[in-house]
Design a protein around this ligand. Sequence first.
Ligand code: 3PY
Length: 249
Amino acid sequence: MRQPLIAGNWKMNGSKSSAEALLNGVVAGSGGLSKTEVAVCVPFPYLHLGEQLLAGSSVRLGAQNLCTESGGAFTGEVSGSMLADFGCRYVICGHSERREYYGENEASIAQKLTRATESGLTPILCVGETLQQREAGEMEPVIAAQIDGVVERIGIEAFAGIEIAYEPVWAIGTGKTATPEQAQAVHAYIRGRIAALNGSIAEKLRILYGGSMKPGNAAELLAQPDIDGGLIGGASLSADDFLAICLAG
Ligand code: 3PY
């Protein structure tokens, strides 16, 4: 039995005061959420606030990125151990926005996954196809390459400490959502790909759905057998919407 994980991905949104209000709102509403694990992945400058305001609650703190290196002369970068120092449990790796705008690829993502687990963090590895790839019938080979390119670098055993998020790029920030059946089919494909290498890791692996998950569609998506939670973009910026999704899990 996999406990659902609902993780908010705030992206580059908010201010000190809105972050404070949102963190307080999530904590205030999280009391009754024993069935679902809840996390918020905040921008780096708000990690300290997150550490302080989430203390004593069951809501976990996460970040949205980390450096490929563990420390040293890498101006502007943030290491896994720094994130751990601020009480982070999770870190998102390889989000499609980072693949598209910052040139992340399987080699750099694999390094980030290693740095994250070395620092005691649980990475959330994002995979997903573009609309063009889906329409060209390339969804499966694209997802397979994203998974295999990491597995061949870090080994399948590392997936015992990793969460995967399937985020169809065409559903990110567009308001379009994969239907529960479309999402379930890809989640089952991902689990099958991992199962071919290690059945027990695949069985325990949490595969989250991301891509315009909101209160209105969360229950149906989360009811699918291979959907083990959500990585929530826009809807995680409202405590009420985010908590409604957490309750649907
Ligand atoms: C979205 O739902 O927009 C996301 O990108 C979640 O990571």
